[in-house]
Design a protein around this ligand. Structure first.
Ligand code: UD1
Length: 433
């Protein structure tokens, strides 16, 4: 299994070009299943999760190809509506093929994703909404078997999600575009990736109102056509590299991104003492001295994103004082805490809350990556630490960050990949982030 060997103590500085968002690319790829004519998707990041979903869509008999960062898809060759456990277990977002298959072909059989390292993460809200749209849903032998009502089309309905769910909103939004009649969805996720999906669906001919709000009104249409669309910039990748500047008195400019997607994160950077400047498609973060302590509460968008919690915790570890972090989205998203502690951090976890007492420096130590975002907190901590840090299980980073070594090297991080992969052990874990 690959590992990263990182030699600190580096100043993280320079320019980094941001890729398309993984969390937008996945629902956009799933939504391609809806189109009757070919679709082209640009700015698709080259990541393991993207490859997994493409493989899954290919398994349906659909012709889908990725050349560089462009994916083309022609659904006319579809043969079946089946998503096997072997693929779904490696990536929770695979459940996103359920909505489009059910809506367009009236049936689908998709494996349940199962648990993952950051909590039990059920899909009950997805299934409840499909049932409200008239679908017959059975769960048998670990598979969701879904059938649309008589006539093969879902029926528009009013549905309110019990909690804000990004994947749930996406799956049901996709399905509602082809339903008979109007669907009103309440308590929807408003994440930029949901907005990106809604915009692509509109380009395909869908009728959606309330994009970017918590109420989406979708007037079902008979069919959707292909389109050409470009994936939104990855706000989490952007924030992750910028956070490195705060830990190392650095100076990072992220290009090809969108500052309006990172307002809660940039606000924290400023509270911590960084100078943040922005243009239309770039953000620069300059830092001198130690960070100031802050309080962070993860919330659905437009609140502080859970996917930036680990990276900001690593910054708090070096702050001059005590920070409080409260994780409100996932029940078990502190797996990076013991690893950061191995590197000298002073963190106490009590339920959802972590108390982080700042220390002057990290020390190098062998550590283990646990999810894509947690892994990035360790990479940045290693870059800031004195000595050599070996990070194990870095396949988690490869799932979420395109060309990660190249980009880190461009920012001055001394990083080496060691023990090249000889087996496919990384595909054995279902995870997300
Ligand atoms: C997406 C992101 C992930 C991010 C998360 C929250 C993708 C591919 N992944 O994950 O990076 O951390 O949003 O911003 O976009 N829940 C239920 N029942 C459901 C659905 C969700 O109880 O049917 C719960 C989950 O267990 C979790 C919370 O709701 O505690 C939020 O989950 P959700 O927003 O659905 O996350 P994902 O879409 O899986």
């Amino acid at each position: 299994m690959d590992q990263f060997l990182i030699t600190g103590r580096s100043r993280i500085a320079g320019e980094v070009t941001i890729s398309g968002a993984k969390n937008a690319a996945l629902p956009l790829l799933a939504a391609m299943i809806l189109a009757e004519t070919p679709t082209t998707l640009n700015n698709v990041p080259s990541l393991q999760d993207v490859r997994t979903l493409i493989k899954l869509i290919e398994g349906l008999g659909i012709t889908i190809e990725k050349n560089g960062n462009v994916v083309t898809c022609d659904t006319s060759t579809i043969e079946n509506y089946f998503a096997p456990y072997e693929l779904v277990k490696t990536m929770r977002a695979s459940i996103l093929v359920l909505g489009p298959l059910l809506a367009r072909f009236g049936e689908a059989e998709v494996s349940l994703p199962g648990g993952c390292a950051i909590g039990s993460r059920p899909v009950d809200q997805h299934l409840k909404a499909f049932e409200a749209m008239g679908a017959d849903i059975k769960v048998e032998n670990g598979y969701v078997i879904a059938k649309a009502p008589e006539g093969g089309r879902l029926i528009g309905c009013d549905f309110s999600f019990d909690m804000v769910t990004v994947g749930g909103t996406e799956n049901v939004l996709i399905a509602a575009t082809l339903a008979k009649g109007t669907t009103v969805l309440e308590n929807c996720a408003r994440e930029p990736e949901v907005v990106d999906l809604a915009n692509m669906l509109v380009a395909m001919g869908a009728k959606i109102e309330g994009i970017g709000t918590s109420t989406l009104t979708i007037e079902g249409v008979e069919s959707l056509k292909g389109c050409e669309y470009s994936v939104v910039a990855d706000r989490i990748e952007t924030g992750s590299y910028l956070a490195g500047a705060l830990m190392t008195e650095g100076d990072v400019t992220a290009k090809n991104t969108d500052p309006s997607l990172l307002i809660p994160v940039l606000q924290k950077f400023e509270e911590m003492g960084a100078v943040v400047t922005t243009g239309d498609d770039w953000i620069r973060v300059q830092m001198t001295g130690r960070p100031k302590p802050v309080d962070i509460r993860t919330q659905p968008h437009p609140g502080f994103p859970t996917d930036m919690q680990a990276q900001l915790m690593a910054v708090c570890c070096l702050a001059e004082g005590t920070s409080t972090i409260s994780e409100n989205i996932f029940e078990n998203r502190y797996m990076h805490v013991p690893e950061l502690k191995r590197m000298g951090a002073d963190i106490q976890v009590d339920g959802h809350t972590a108390i982080v007492r700042g220390v002057e420096a990290f020390n190098a130590a062998p550590v283990m990556a646990t999810d894509p975002r947690a892994s990035m907190s360790l990479v940045m901590a290693a870059a800031a630490a004195e000595g050599e840090t070996l990070i194990d299980r870095i396949y988690h980073i490869d799932r979420g960050y395109e060309n990660v070594e190249e980009k880190l090297r461009g920012l001055g991080v001394k990083i080496k990949r060691v023990n090249p992969v000889t087996d496919n052990a990384e595909s054995e874990e279902a995870n997300n982030g």
